[in-house]
Design a protein around this ligand. Structure first.
Ligand code: ATP
Length: 502
């Protein structure tokens, strides 16, 4: 969105093209020219996304005895959004360029400008700009925000002019008809975040699962925001998926839990293979109405460091709001003894620390990181030649296909042997059998979708039940008994490889 639109970077274009060609992500309704900021996941994309979601889910609910899951509905009583502040206060500041007629988020324009200062080696000026923006937005001083855009001489990337309208607040929630019979019935909203489904179920979950504070509730689900489109592929969508965990704590301990989850969540991304130097924490300049402290985990996408996950200390804001509007107590009785008073802590509304990561943004970061082009040398002596290879170096635990089985030729019983191998391993792993084209072409195809292992079935296999296993990253080939395959692949693709690093 800045004048040098980094969203148009060649790297992002390559990723978008690769995602389409190899069945990861398609533009929604493409045959009708596409619906802006809505995307569909293809055959490989859905596997990768499901693996990422399952990895997050197990990290939360399996590795922590005090975190349980929930799957709340997308529709909620409209009063939920009154209580949460989304109807009255959860707005984004928008500004239009009068020449191009393009609409932008004012805060995004200013953040891009601050990023430009930082990239130009003046981080102090960038920080001062975002701090000033934060102050103006907190005061709801929209005229001040416009003036800041003018003072900074921010131009529309399309028209190149600084001819801006007033800044207005715009509610990002989608709504739909709430009742088939009563046209005066209030609209129902498509939830803009999954968190509220957790808050309104706080006591149901705590009681049914007999949980003691501190405990967490994890949820994965769709959320909807009528975003201004910023040409950043699946980074900013109007229908997207969130993976959120609300951690309910005793008031006064939220600082400790905020720091704990902040560190834990960063470790998760590193364990998955996102390099430390491409991750950073970014404290919020403008706190949302519910937040006491908030930090983003940013990843360096091709268009710069951007938020992938938010960690928020939400105090007792949401539960208290629901308590007031629903007139149902949202309290927890803590019978642990307070060492200072010698008495139980008693009744209170817990404080909440939230971790919220977009499944789509994690997917995009994973794809950006994995897609690599390298120069390789093949053959020996005079036959030797160099060529470039594109390979998707996905962590084996999240790769869509774990191993591809190739009969060397389509005769002599090799296809049948390959099929037997497929049948003997299919209960354990997602595999494919490929018979067509040369072995080299088949390797290339699997490299492009990130398959960690290719298994060649040849004539020797018929004699001694061994196969050649080709490793995606090193391209090394090793001969291995079929009997060892389950253990070998299982070890490499297990979520344990990620869990061990957490
Ligand atoms: P942004 O500032 O980029 O609009 P946000 O601060 O509004 O994001 P949160 O409300 O904290 O985002 O949502 C938590 C997470 O949900 C984000 O870190 C992001 O990964 C994801 N998310 C939010 N909005 C979108 C969107 N429009 N498309 C895809 N993912 C999103």
């Amino acid at each position: 969105m800045s004048t040098t639109n980094p969203a148009d970077s060649a790297q992002l274009k390559d990723i978008v093209a690769h995602a389409k060609e190899y069945g990861f992500v398609f533009q929604s309704s493409e045959i009708y020219d596409g619906l802006a900021a809505v995307y569909d996941y293809g055959p490989n994309g859905v596997e990768l996304k499901n693996n990422l979601k399952r990895l997050w889910w197990e990290t939360m609910t399996q590795l922590h005895g005090n975190v349980v899951g929930l799957d709340a509905a997308i529709f909620m009583d409209p009063r939920t959004w009154q209580a949460s502040g989304h109807i009255a206060g959860f707005n984004d500041p928008l500004v239009d360029n009068l020449d191009s007629k393009k609409r932008y988020r004012a805060d995004v324009l200013l953040e891009e400008k601050a990023a430009e200062y930082e990239a130009a080696g003046d981080p102090g000026r960038g920080a001062a700009l975002t701090a000033e923006m934060g102050r103006l937005l907190t005061d709801n001083d929209l005229a001040g925000v416009r003036q800041l855009i003018l003072d900074e001489k921010i131009k529309c990337p399309v028209s190149g002019t600084g001819n801006w309208t007033d800044v207005r607040q715009f509610n990002l929630m989608f709504s739909t008809q709430g009742s088939a019979v009563d046209s005066d019935a209030p609209p129902v909203y498509l939830r803009p975040e999954t968190a509220q489904g957790i808050f309104v179920n706080f006591l149901n979950v705590q009681k049914s699962a007999r949980l003691k504070v501190p405990f967490g509730i994890a949820q994965i689900g769709k959320a909807f925001r009528n975003e201004i489109v910023a040409r950043q592929f699946i980074f900013r969508m109007r229908e997207f998926e969130q993976m959120e965990m609300q951690f309910f704590v005793r008031p006064g301990t939220e600082g400790h839990w905020y720091d704990t989850w902040k560190a834990a969540r960063r470790r998760f991304h590193e364990a998955l293979g996102l390099p430390a130097h491409k991750l950073r924490f970014h404290d919020h300049d403008k706190l949302a109405h519910y937040a006491k402290a908030a930090v983003d985990i940013e990843y360096e996408f091709p268009f710069g460091f951007k938020e992938m996950e938010g960690i928020h200390s939400r105090s007792d804001f949401d539960l208290t709001q629901h308590q007031e509007l629903s007139r149902k107590k949202q309290q927890y009785f803590d019978n642990d003894v307070n060492p200072e008073t010698g008495k139980p802590y008693g009744n209170y509304v817990p404080y909440v620390v939230e971790t919220s990561v977009g499944a789509d943004r994690l997917f995009l970061a994973t794809l950006c990181e994995a897609l690599q082009t390298e120069t390789i040398t093949e053959g020996e002596g005079e036959e030797q030649k160099t060529k470039t290879r594109t390979v998707l170096r996905l962590h084996p635990a999240v790769a869509p296909v774990k191993a591809a089985i190739f009969p060397l030729v389509r005769k002599d019983g090799l296809p049948e042997k390959a099929q037997q191998l497929f049948d003997s391993l299919k209960f354990d792993f997602r595999l494919v059998v490929e018979e067509r084209d040369s072995i080299g072409t088949r390797y290339t195809r699997q490299d492009l979708i990130g398959t960690p292992f290719c298994i060649a079935v040849d004539h020797q296999t018929l004699e001694d039940d061994t196969v050649t296993v080709r490793h995606r990253d090193s391209r090394l080939q090793t001969r291995m008994p079929i009997a060892d395959l389950r253990g070998f692949i299982g070890e490499a693709v297990s979520f344990k490889r990620v869990f061990e690093l957490l």
